[in-house]
Design a protein around this ligand. Sequence first.
Ligand SMILES: Nc1nc2c(ncn2[C@@H]2O[C@H](COP(=O)(O)OP(=O)(O)O)[C@@H](O)[C@H]2O)c(=O)[nH]1
Ligand SMILES: [Mg+2]
Length: 380
Amino acid sequence: MFSFFKKKKKEEEIVVEEAKQSEQQQTEQAQNEPVKEEIQEIPTQEIEEKISNEENEVEKSEVENLNDVKEPEPKQEESKKEEEKEEKKGFFARALEKTFGNIKTVIPTKKEKISFDDIEEMLIESDMEYEIIEKAMDGLPEMITRKQLRHRLVMLFEHAPDVDLSNLPKPFVRLIIGVNGAGKTTTIAKLANKSKKENKSVILGAGDTFRAAAIEQLSTWADKLDVPIIKTKQGHDPSAVAYDTISSALARNIDNVIIDTAGRLQTQQNLNNELKKIVKVCNKAYEGSPHQKLLILDGTQGNTAIAQAKAFNEIVGVDGIIVTKLDGTAKGGALFSISNQLELPIFFVGIGEKQDDLMEFSPDEFVDSILDEIYTEETN
Ligand SMILES: Nc1nc2c(ncn2[C@@H]2O[C@H](COP(=O)(O)OP(=O)(O)O)[C@@H](O)[C@H]2O)c(=O)[nH]1
Ligand SMILES: [Mg+2]
């Protein structure tokens, strides 16, 4: 039953080899070759067999691991959680420095209660959409306490992820989409780095085949992080890359697949068709995938990112958002409107250009780090 996967692996090596050819050759060839050649049907039965074997293996290893784990003391656990919470708040506080600068122009000193008008102005300054501000503040009194405001702000992030993180399929396939420059490739590197840190294996698919530089950029990250990558020539069909990446993950029993995509093509229609095709082909390679279609939004664009997000959501249906460049924006308040308007969860935020500059998003800590800037203490 493994012969198919062996064959796939060989093909993959060829693909990687081919990618080393000169760029011009690549483009010429790409234009002449029918892209379909690279897509092959995987016999479903073989995949099913393979998956069920993997499931058995996972179950066995989980049982083994369970025997090694000691129950932590409940008290220790609590203080650890508290520590983590504080740490996260600290990260947000640093990432939101510019947004705080804006907020301070409205509320320069910390208070116990803050007037309705000041809160409203502060939220406008942080780039929260007015419609959302009205919704959040509806019915609040003239003088607002921390607790009252906290409740309303946290409520804006009510859209919970619908993936059960405790029981992920293997491989777990994520498709990364978004406009050029949003931070897709950098975020893929950060996610791969996170996988590695969690002792999960990961493989990347260089699906932005529109520009040679994009393939190069992801390859450089793959080298740096020492993770495998499947790539092809510039101009080739990205869905073939997606197919090969997923097949390779299945063959090598890899935990996570992350696939890059182009942010811009010759026309919007081309982009729509390409993204739809990639999604379809992922499902062909491994039924049910991609498990997450993650939209990368540039945080420095504030509310204008929402229109983009809506367009992508209409094309392929987005499962969650990652907001990048939170470190470089004074518009941190846009996170409220992004999540609320799109009715989607924010999974992570990017807080810098390095591989470790990715943070799991948590509405509680995000809101608290803002409130810490304007309120003196918890009041009722
Ligand atoms: N400051 C900062 N820069 C970022 C962040 N994420 C990405 N970038 C930068 O944004 C630029 C575009 O990123 P890239 O990953 O190439 O975007 P892509 O075109 O969507 O793949 C690069 O210069 C990145 O280093 C972030 O969280 N913070
Ligand atoms: Mg890119």
